[in-house]
Every structure is written in C-alpha cells, then in structure tokens.
Design a protein around this ligand. Structure first.
Ligand code: 5GP
Ligand code: ZN
Length: 114
C-alpha cells in the first residue's frame, strides 16, 4: 500500500532495526521504546487493523504470535514475562494504520495501561 509507513519498513524503503523477518512477518525495534525491550511485529501484507482481518489471515496471525514467543525467548524475557498488545482506534492511541503488535518486556509492566 502506498504511503504506509510500515509497508515501507517491511519493504526496506525506510530503515529500521529489523530483528526478524520471513515471507509473511517482519519484526523491528520500536523507534520510541516504552520498555527495555520493545519490538513491533507486523504482517508483511498491508492489513490496517483488527476489523480488517478475515479467516484467511489465520496463518499469518499464528506466525506473528509464534514470532513473539521466539523473540521473547531470544531476548531472555520469556521467563520474566512480557506483554503482547495491539492498539485499535483513538481511545487506544493507534497511530499507524498497518496492523502491528507491541512486544514489551524487560521491566515490571503496570496494569491497567495508563
Ligand atoms: P501505535 O501507537 O499505532 O499502537 O504504535 C505505533 C508505534 O510505531 C509507536 O510505538 C511508535 O513509536 C512506532 N513508530 C512510529 N514511527 C516509527 C518508525 O518510523 N520506525 C519505528 N521503528 N517505529 C515507529
Ligand atoms: Zn501497510
């Protein structure tokens, strides 16, 4: 999709610190980290947000969640714990309209979100 920041990051047109990628999924460090470990995991294909998902997206969602587990293990936060969230719409503060999940860890995370 034209003019989508995360499509451009996935295509390598905008630089980012990519920590994992395969044919379906890209994971890169958040530019404004909210925790010692803050990685964004996205589908390579443009999906704007949760309401745009269809059953056909099941495999890529599974791969996104499996990537979260692998990266958490690689970063050494699988035992201490982590949070894996996606923001939808204005109240949640979604600012980029290409589906992305935040993987956060490395410190005690407050609940509920402020
Ligand atoms: P949202 O607020 O939509 O849930 O999350 C968007 C996230 O993208 C934010 O955490 C923000 O810091 C991150 N972000 C915005 N622009 C860029 C960028 O150009 N590069 C990277 N790596 N992260 C970005
Ligand atoms: Zn996109």
């Amino acid at each position: 999709m034209e003019n989508c920041l995360f499509c451009k990051i996935a295509a390598g047109q905008i630089p980012s610190k990519i920590v994992y990628q395969d044919e379906d999924v890209v994971a890169f460090e958040d530019i404004n980290p909210q925790a010692p470990h803050h990685v964004l995991i996205i589908p390579r294909r443009h999906i704007a947000s949760i309401p745009d998902l269809t059953l056909e997206d099941g495999p890529v969602l599974a791969r996104i969640f499996m990537t979260a587990a692998k990266l958490a293990h690689d970063m050494g936060i699988d035992e201490s714990g982590y949070r894996f969230v996606t923001n939808v719409g204005p109240d949640a503060g979604q600012s980029v309209f290409h589906l992305h999940f935040h993987l956060l860890g490395g410190r005690r995370l407050g609940w509920s979100p402020g």
